[in-house]
Design a binder for this molecule. Structure first.
Ligand SMILES: NC(=O)c1ccc[n+]([C@@H]2O[C@H](COP(=O)([O-])OP(=O)(O)OC[C@H]3O[C@@H](n4cnc5c(N)ncnc54)[C@H](O)[C@@H]3O)[C@@H](O)[C@H]2O)c1
Length: 414
C-alpha cells in the first residue's frame, strides 16, 4: 500500500492511541463485530476524507475488517494526528495525511484518494464530494454513494443537490439524532474547552467567554464553559436560538457590544466572517480568539494579517497579533477548529456514536445502492435507534420498554 505520512516511526505510539480509543468505543466495536459475519464491504474501495484521529482509526480499521480497501485523507490541514496516520499506514490502509499540509497539499491528498475510483466516499465538510463534482479529472467518477459527517458539509451538499448536479446518493450522518445531539454538543463542548485550555493554560473561572452561534456546538461549549465558571455571552442571528440562550440563563447581545466585554471569543456558526475588523478593533487588549466551526472562515484572519504591526508565536498554537492600533489580539490554532488542532478532537465515547452511524450508513449504501436516488438523505431511523441502543449498552445504562397495554393506548383515539 502506498501512503504519504509525516513519520512512519510514530506507528508504535499510534497503536497505543488506537488501542486506547478502541477500548473506549464499545458501541462501535460491537457494531463492527456484529457486521463482520457477512463481510458486507468485501471488494469495495472506500475513500474517506476524515480528521485522522485515534477515534477515526477505530472506524477505518473496522471498515477494513469488513472487507473494504480504504484510502484516507485528512479533513483539515492541521488536524491529523501523525502517530495515527503512521499506524494506519502500517496496517495496509492507504493514508495521505500529515499535520501542517498547505492548502495545495491538502487538496492533492483528496485528489489522490479520489484516483482510487472509490465505490463509496466518506467525508467531513464535503471537500472530497465537492472536489469530485467540480474537477474535470473526476468527471467520469460515479460512486455508489457517500456519507457526510458535519453540519457545514450538509449545507454545502444541500446546495449541490439544489443545483441539480449531485451525482450519487449521500447519507447526511450529521442529521442522525444519535450524532448531532451528542457529538456536536457534548463532544465539541468538552473538546473546545480542552483545546482552549491546552493552548492558553489560563484560568477560565471569571472570564467573559463570548460564543458566536447557539446551535448544537455553541450550546455544548456554553454548557461546559459555565461549569468552569465562565461568564458566558451568546451572540445569535436566529431569534429562537437567541431566546433559548436567554432562557438558559446566558447573556445575549449583538457582537458589537459583546466585543467590548469579552476576554475570549469562540465562533461556532458555520458562517463566513463572523468576527470582523469592526469587532476586533472594539476588543480589549489581549483578547483571545478561537474557532470551533468547520472551516477557518469564521474569524477574519485576513483583517489581522492586513492590520498587524507584528506577529509572533507566544505558545504552541497561540499567535500574538500586535495591531497598528497598538492592541494585542491572540489567535488560537490559526482560526482553524480549535478542538482538533490544539486538542485531540472529540472523546472516543462520543465518536463511537458518530462512527457507528458512519459505518452502518456505508453498509446500508453497499446493500441498497440500486434503490437509492442521487439525493441527500437522512440516516435511516432504524440505524439511528440502533446506534442509541448500542451506546446505552456501552455506557451500561438500561431503560424500560412500553407494555402491550401502553402500545395499545398510544394507538387508540378513544
Ligand atoms: N469542531 C468540531 O469538532 C465540530 C463538530 C461538529 C460540528 N462542527 C461545525 O460547527 C459549526 C456549527 O455546527 P452546529 O451543528 O452547531 O450548527 P447549527 O446550525 O446547529 O448552529 C449554528 C448556529 O449559528 C448561528 N449563526 C449563524 N450565523 C451567525 C452569526 N453571524 N452570528 C451569530 N450566530 C450565527 C445560527 O443561527 C445557528 O443557531 C459547523 O461548521 C459544523 O460543521 C464542528
Amino acid at each position: 500500500m502506498v501512503s504519504k505520512v509525516a513519520n512512519l516511526a510514530l506507528a508504535e505510539l499510534g497503536e497505543k492511541n488506537y488501542n486506547w480509543a478502541y477500548n473506549h468505543m464499545p458501541a462501535l466495536v460491537k457494531t463492527i463485530e456484529k457486521a463482520d459475519k457477512g463481510k458486507p464491504l468485501q471488494g469495495l474501495r472506500l475513500a474517506a476524507c476524515l480528521h485522522v484521529t485515534k477515534e477515526t482509526s477505530v472506524l477505518v480499521m473496522g471498515l477494513k475488517r469488513l472487507g473494504a480497501e480504504v484510502y484516507l485523507a485528512g479533513a483539515n490541514p492541521l488536524s491529523t494526528q501523525d502517530d495515527i496516520a503512521a499506524f494506519l499506514a502500517n496496517q495496509e490502509i492507504s493514508v495521505y495525511a500529515w499535520r501542517g499540509e498547505n492548502e495545495e497539499e491538502y487538496f492533492d491528498c483528496i485528489r489522490t484518494i479520489l484516483r482510487a475510483n472509490p465505490h463509496i466516499m466518506l467525508d467531513d465538510g464535503a471537500d472530497a464530494h465537492v472536489t469530485l463534482h467540480q474537477e474535470d479529472e473526476f468527471k467520469a467518477l460515479k460512486p455508489l454513494g457517500g456519507t457526510e459527517e458535519t453540519t457545514t458539509g450538509i449545507i454545502r451538499l444541500k446546495a449541490l443537490e439544489a443545483s441539480g448536479n449531485l451525482r450519487y446518493p449521500i447519507i447526511g450522518v450529521n442529521n442522525a439524532y444519535s450524532k448531532y445531539l451528542f457529538d456536536n454538543r457534548y463532544g465539541t463542548g468538552q473538546s473546545t474547552l480542552d483545546g482552549l485550555l491546552r493552548a492558553t493554560s489560563l484560568l477560565m473561572a471569571g472570564k467573559r467567554l463570548v460564543i458566536c452561534g447557539y446551535g448544537w456546538v455553541g450550546r455544548g461549549i456554553a454548557l461546559r464553559a459555565r461549569g468552569l465558571g465562565c461568564k458566558v455571552i451568546v451572540t445569535e442571528v436566529n431569534p429562537l436560538r437567541a431566546l433559548e440562550a436567554h432562557l438558559d440563563g446566558f447573556d445575549v447581545m449583538p457582537l458589537n457590544e459583546a466585543a467590548k466585554l469579552g476576554d475570549m471569543f469562540v465562533t461556532a456558526t458555520g458562517q463566513y466572517r463572523v468576527i470582523r475588523g469592526e469587532h476586533i478593533e472594539n476588543m480589549k487588549d489581549g483578547a483571545i480568539l478561537a474557532n470551533a466551526g468547520h472551516f477557518d472562515v469564521e474569524i477574519d484572519v485576513n483583517y489581522l494579517e492586513e492590520n498587524k504591526e507584528s506577529i509572533r508565536e507566544v505558545r504552541n498554537y497561540v499567535e500574538e497579533y500586535k495591531l497598528k492600533s497598538g492592541k494585542r489580539i491572540y489567535l488560537v490554532s490559526k482560526g482553524r477548529v480549535v478542538n482538533l488542532v490544539a486538542a485531540e478532537g472529540h472523546p472516543p465515547e462520543v465518536m463511537m456514536m458518530s462512527f457507528s452511524n458512519q459505518l452502518l450508513s456505508v453498509i446500508y449504501i453497499a446493500k441498497n445502492f440500486k434503490e437509492l436516488k442521487p439525493n441527500l438523505m437522512d440516516v435511516p431511523k432504524e440505524i439511528d435507534e440502533q446506534v442509541a441502543r448500542n451506546a446505552l449498552e456501552g455506557f451500561n445504562v438500561k431503560i424500560d420498554e412500553l407494555t402491550e397495554e401502553q402500545i395499545a393506548y398510544s394507538k387508540s383515539y378513544k
